[in-house]
Design a protein around this ligand. Structure first.
Ligand SMILES: [Zn+2]
Length: 470
């Protein structure tokens, strides 16, 4: 990196990061980073640091801020609500080096997509402490909704989630085809929760009839093949329509093989996995005293032999992103609702905060490179969800969303260090080799040396553009 120009030297910046190693999806280089008016203004060395907030990043990585494209803040589920608000959840995310979230706005029955989005804006606007955007989870897919989709895409919400599972939410294959066509023709993207509903419903009925009510039967009721079958069907619908598809929370080899096959055939199919499927397994459901309920999520955790194929798929590009599906419910009072019946346990677990640390563990363990980690944690999510190059990289003109990561700050994850508004973490005791220490969101230093110093509610809504198909 060459010495900065006279013009850059004479500029007055808001913040200058000095001495760190900048890591993007494609490059690793030593540079100082100058920030002004919410954006990255210049990269170079020897900026004039007089009278400017300077952060010494020696020995640290300067990463694009994490982008978590799968969160559920304040989400109603089964008679209760996920515990993190946009304020508490976004503060937790920022502590974990994440600077943008894309949350799922859930369409209410009979509501238009716009009405549903207005409801989600009311929860997040002026509350979220980092930048945020919304997918629309369509739960009432009518002809009116299909007609409304192009307008919603234009308004900056290009991604829609459809469910193949859950009676009352799921869509038929015919409706799925129609939605893929609308997305294809209007620069949108269909996200899918893929599990075979009939298999799940049938299994639940049999298990409960046999008196099998413990948390571990949640996993038994939703086997990998139920996900694999639905993922394969969704992929084929994408191929038939040439529609753009993004499979959320892919957990296992059965689904991965379907995605790989579709991609080989030239389909516009992409997929995300989550840290829980990389680090946890069905063994967690065996934890005593109802503790298995902490891991009740859909799709469920899988046998550990699924983990290595998922890591490989991240390395070789078959899987493009890692998001969290952060959906926290307290063990006390909320998870306990299903003490006598696993189907009454609210589905979901926390995870928005430790994602970057857990992904860095993959680097140190030789699963993939540091550049690849940046790619799956930030760059690819920004591209696929229509936020690139405003977000997802470190380059002049991009938003100043930055995670300053200390590769020496090792030690086990513990609930006490986290800021998620929930009474446990599924990652308790998992040793991570490094941690985010400071976070800049939109040019504002919000976390400094692991302490929140930001002003609350200053995150901006991200009006997203056209998804890039990877
Ligand atoms: Zn989810």
């Amino acid at each position: 990196m060459s010495q900065v120009s006279k013009k850059d030297f004479e500029m007055t910046y808001d913040i200058i990061l000095t001495g760190g190693l900048v890591v993007t999806a494609s490059d690793t280089f030593k540079a100082d980073v100058a920030i002004k008016d919410g954006c990255i203004a210049a990269l170079g060395e020897k900026f004039n640091t007089d009278a400017v907030k300077t952060i010494d990043c020696s020995g640290k990585y300067i990463l694009p801020g994490g982008i978590d494209v799968h969160t559920h803040m304040e989400m109603p589920f089964g008679g209760t609500t996920s515990k993190d608000t946009f304020e508490t959840g976004s503060i937790a995310a920022a502590h974990g080096g994440t600077t943008s979230i894309v949350d799922f706005c859930i369409q209410g029955k009979g509501q238009s997509l716009r009405e549903s989005l207005d409801g989600w804006h009311a929860k997040a606007d002026g509350k979220s402490c980092i930048d945020y955007a919304f997918h629309v989870a369509v739960t009432d897919m009518t002809d009116e909704v299909l007609c409304e989709m192009p307008e919603i895409i234009k308004q900056g919400y290009p991604s829609f989630k459809l469910f193949m599972v859950y009676d009352g939410l799921r869509v038929s294959d015919g409706t799925f085809l129609k939605a893929l066509k609308v997305a294809r023709d209007n620069g949108g993207l269909v996200c899918v929760h893929a599990e075979n509903n009939d298999i799940v419903v049938n299994n639940i009925g049999e298990l409960l009839a046999e008196g099998k009510t413990a948390p571990k039967y949640h996993a038994a009721s939703r086997p990998p093949l139920a996900e694999g079958e639905a993922t394969g069907r969704a992929c084929k619908l994408a191929r038939i329509t040439d529609g753009p598809l993004y499979v959320v929370h892919l957990t296992c080899s059965d689904s991965l093989e379907e995605v790989v096959r579709a991609r080989k055939a030239g389909a516009s199919v992409m997929a995300e996995t989550c840290p829980q499927y990389l680090y946890l397994s069905t063994e967690n459901y065996e934890e005593p005293n109802f503790n298995g309920a902490k891991y009740v999520m859909s799709p469920p955790l899988r046998p550990a032999e699924n983990q290595a194929p998922l890591w490989n798929a991240l390395k070789n590009g078959d899987l493009q992103t890692v998001a969290t599906d952060h959906c926290p419910f307290d063990f006390k009072g909320q998870k306990e609702m299903g003490k006598d019946d696993f189907t009454k346990i609210p589905n979901g677990a926390p995870g928005v905060e430790p994602r970057m640390s857990l992904l860095y563990k993959g680097v140190v363990e030789g699963r993939y490179s540091l550049n690849k980690m940046v790619e799956v944690a930030s760059t690819n999510p920004a591209k696929i969800m229509g936020m690139y190059p405003q977000k997802g990289t470190i380059a002049p003109g991009a938003d100043a969303d930055i995670c300053i990561f200390d590769p020496e700050k090792s030690g086990p994850i513990n609930h006490a260090e986290l800021h998620e508004n929930v009474d446990y973490t599924t990652y308790e005791g998992i040793d991570v080799p490094g941690r985010p220490v400071s976070t800049i969101s939109g040019g504002r230093l919000v976390v400094e040396n692991q302490k929140w110093i930001g002003e609350k509610g200053k995150g901006h809504f991200i009006k997203r553009g056209t998804p890039i198909i990877l």
